[in-house]
Ligand binder design. Structure first.
Ligand code: C2O
Length: 538
């Protein structure tokens, strides 16, 4: 895919924010189909015969649900990382995956366990690396921290969205080789939220996650339980991602065609999977359901809606409940973002409803032909969310998002604040202090930025003059603050930073002192080199 093409797609993907503001919503709505996988224009890559996912029969597999992992009475869970071969579609041979599973479990589904935890109850997870010694995806040994002098397979686990002391947070350099394990301690002194865990090994996590190393964790508290939202079998995780497959059903990860530097700047797979099945179906009753959506794709933004213009309510985002349910028809979900939705099937007995990505149906809900259960009324408020007052701000940090391109415009590397990962930390927020971080996006892509340890609020976005900025003429705004989407008003740990826009967040560094990181959650960007340390100082 050409650079312009992917730039266009990424800009379009931001339709919920930037493009709407720029009047490009019409464009976005024409963007209907997932794109075939990209290949970089460097050198012709020898492609295997590929599986054409749009030719596979949709809705032939029931959507599985992850096994639930509950901590024992001491708050412990033991989870291993394993290679499995799993059926991802009726007509596709078993696919080699790397996954997490509870130690001792015979599960071969490749669907990692859903960890159930309670706010304020410490959780201890033993993460045991039982992966093979060699990677099955194209390792780029030229990336920082990815040399041939260290074990080829490395793993470390980050509980995304958790407030965790640094030694248990899965710092990318704290990896361990097959045969080794680590126990991480999670105090979970934070409010209910949909969290997730995934690999974070330096230079490898885009491949480890593509191989399947991710899972969901639900953190619950009493305030949320008191709302009486749909629960047990009416509360359903939906883990969305995309993949490419070769004709024999194996994962295909593209390469630049340069043997010494196979890294690609991003790509999208043509198969959309939910809970490890390609375009599955899910049987529901005619009543209200709660769905916990999570985008675990390497680069893809999902543009979600329901068929026939059916609406839904969003009740939560990355860091838990919104202040009130939001009636919606479209949802843009960037990599690593979560959305908590209520969907009402009560008027649809005996009918089908589809979840769409663009115009492509990716999940079929089959509503049982029975009479609807008693009406459910959605609570009118969910929780108090106080906007963090600007008066509390101790300082503002300006951070540029940059990209280096070669002479024909191929992306070579991306940076935060023009610095690489291995350069010494430059941001030292004080424990407990409040800061504004403004991200000045000089690239042509939307970058979903994530800060470890903290939750934050999005303040605003403003267009600025990129040309003037590049020519050292300072930051000149070209617009007033653009309105945020209503579903961006809750607590977040990912913020979408569209091109040519300054995106500001306000964040209080509550938690623990020590070394953390922030990065773009497009995994290819993160690997090369859009990831930087920050250090919270006491
Ligand atoms: Cu999902 Cu460094 O994070």
């Amino acid at each position: 895919m050409s650079r312009t093409r992917r730039t266009f797609l990424h800009q379009v993907a931001a339709f919920g924010i930037a493009s709407a503001a720029l009047g490009r919503r019409a464009f976005a709505q024409q963007m209907t189909m997932p794109m075939p996988q990209s290949s970089q224009p460097h050198a012709p890559q020898k492609l295997p015969r590929m599986l054409h996912n749009l030719e596979l029969a949709p809705f032939v597999d029931a959507m599985p649900l992850p096994a639930v992992a509950h901590p024992d009475t001491n708050g412990r869970i033991r989870i291993g990382m394993h290679e499995v071969h799993a059926k991802l579609h009726r007509d596709v041979p078993p696919t080699r995956l790397w996954t997490y599973k509870a130690i001792g479990s015979p599960d071969q589904s490749g669907l990692a366990p859903l960890i159930e935890a309670r706010s304020g109850q410490p959780l201890h997870v033993e993460w045991s690396n039982q992966l093979p010694q060699h990677h099955f995806l194209p390792v780029d040994f030229s990336l920082h921290g990815c040399g041939r002098d260290i074990p080829e397979v490395r793993a470390c686990v980050h509980l995304h969205g958790s407030k965790t002391p640094p030694d248990s947070d899965g710092y990318p350099e704290d990896w361990y080789a097959p045969g080794k394990s680590r126990t991480a301690h999670y105090p979970l002194q934070q409010e209910a939220a949909t969290l997730w865990y995934h690999d974070h090994a330096m230079g490898l996590n885009r491949l480890n996650m593509y191989a399947g190393l991710f899972g969901m964790a639900i953190l619950r508290d009493d305030a949320e339980a008191a709302l009486g939202l749909p629960s047990s079998k009416y509360e359903v995780p939906l883990i969305l991602f995309d993949r490419n497959f070769s004709a024999d059903g194996q994962l295909f990860y593209p390469s630049s065609g340069k043997p010494e530097h196979p890294w690609v700047p991003e790509f999208e797979g043509d198969a959309i999977l939910i809970n490890n099945k390609i375009r599955p179906y899910f049987e529901v009753e005619p009543r209200m359901y709660r769905f916990r959506l999570l985008n675990t794709a390497n680069s893809r933004f999902f543009q979600l809606s329901l068929s026939a213009g059916h609406g839904f309510h969003q009740i939560g985002s990355d860091q838990g409940l919104l202040s009130a349910p939001l009636p919606m028809k479209h949802l843009l979900l960037a990599p690593a973002e979560r959305a908590d939705l209520l969907i009402d099937f009560s008027t649809l007995s005996g009918q089908k409803l589809h979840l769409l990505h663009g115009a492509l149906p990716i999940l079929e809900f089959r509503v049982a032909n029975i009479s609807p259960s008693a009406a459910y009324s959605i609570p009118s408020t969910l929780r108090q969310i106080e906007r963090t007052p600007a008066s509390r701000v101790a300082r503002t940090r300006t951070i540029t998002l940059d990209e280096a391109v070669d002479h024909i415009g191929n992306s070579m590397q991306m940076y935060l604040d023009k610095k690489r990962w291995h350069e010494p930390a430059t941001e030292f927020p004080k424990l407990g202090s409040t800061e504004i971080w403004e991200f000045v996006n000089l690239t042509e892509d939307v970058h979903p930025l994530h800060l470890h340890m903290v939750r934050f609020q999005i303040l605003d976005r403003r267009l600025f003059d990129v040309f003037a900025y590049r020519n050292n003429n300072g930051l000149h705004y070209l617009s007033d603050a653009l309105p945020l989407e209503p579903n961006e008003m809750g607590w977040k740990d990912i913020v979408q930073c569209p091109p040519e826009i300054v995106t500001r967040i306000i964040v209080t560094f509550d938690g623990y002192p020590g070394k953390y990181l922030y990065h773009c959650h497009v995994l290819e960007h993160e690997a090369n080199d859009m990831m930087r340390p920050f250090e919270v100082v006491a």
